[in-house]
Design a protein around this ligand. Structure first.
Ligand code: B1M
Length: 213
């Protein structure tokens, strides 16, 4: 539909007012909230993610595009029927690990995942392992996404994975890790299911982990 393509296009350039206006217009034309998300907002954020991965755009542009996405999402999300909400790709509990207060990268990852169609539960910063465990239970999460920016806090990623295992949740949830000091080999060592170097790739990894192309 032309209006949804236009919505995606204006989202990519970060025009929040236009996204809001087109979202309201689409609803008035009888397009469902689910279709607005799937065919307008998600394709727009997918373009943003790809451009960010290729270094064609940078953090400020992503933040501006994410704000535009939120302008539309904020209107349609409360209107989603249970059936439409169930079509979400999965539920991700994301947070910056215990002892670590850096959240810019974590917020980018959260926005990209939400823009890709995941329900995102953002637990914030300095998140202790038990808080992740509690959130996974509470939201029946499919993924846990851990961010760390300090070499001293990376160790808490392992503690969090162990806490999930101790709670009997390790087999029911995919754990992905990232942040500037984190590497694929570190992720393998601590038994994470996935690693991503940036927020665009985080979306690909989150999908791959549940077998979505
Ligand atoms: Co801090 N800091 N900082 N800092 N800080 C770094 C990380 C540091 C590298 C600076 C340096 O020394 N060169 C250094 C860490 C050294 C190390 O351990 N290797 C450092 C330090 C030492 C500290 C303090 C200890 C300083 C002090 O007080 N002595 C202190 C620690 C506080 C704490 O956390 N307990 C501290 C504090 C702070 C501020 C509060 C001032 C501020 C944070 C503000 C905030 O986040 N709200 C801050 C900042 C801004 C930085 C730098 C400058 C920038 C980090 C950032 O936001 N980058 C950073 C130096 C640098 O990186 N140049 C530095 C932009 C962001 C988009 O990138 O977070 O890497 P990034 O996220 C990327 C990817 O990593 C990935 O996707 C994102 C987007 O592509 N990604 C994931 C991130 N999480 C992911 C999760 C995934 C997948 C991908 O899956 C789950």
């Amino acid at each position: 539909m032309a209006i949804l393509q236009e919505m995606a296009d204006v989202l990519v350039v970060g025009n929040a007012n236009k996204v809001k206006e087109l979202t309201e217009k689409a609803l008035a034309e009888g397009i469902t909230p689910g279709n607005i998300i799937r065919e307008g907002l998600i394709p727009g954020m997918a373009v943003v993610g790809e451009r960010f991965k290729k270094n064609e755009i940078y953090v400020p542009e992503v933040l501006i595009a994410a704000r535009a996405m939120q302008a539309g999402l904020g209107i349609v999300k409360p209107m989603l029927s249970e059936a439409e909400a169930a079509q979400r790709l999965g539920t991700v509990c994301i947070g910056t690990v215990k002892g670590d207060l850096h959240d810019i990268g974590k917020n980018l990852v959260a926005m990209m995942l939400e823009g890709a169609g995941f329900e995102v539960i953002d637990l914030g910063v300095d998140v202790v392992p038990d808080r992740f465990v509690q959130a996974v239970k509470e939201h029946s999460a499919t993924h846990v996404a851990l961010s760390a920016l300090l070499t001293t806090t990376m160790v808490t990623m392992k503690e969090t994975i162990e806490a999930l295992a101790d709670a009997g949740l390790r087999d029911s949830v995919k754990v992905m890790v990232g942040g500037a000091p984190v590497t694929q080999s570190f992720a393998d060592d601590i038994g994470a299911d996935g690693y991503a170097p940036d927020s665009g790739t985080a979306v690909d990894v989150a999908k791959e982990l549940i077998g979505v192309a």
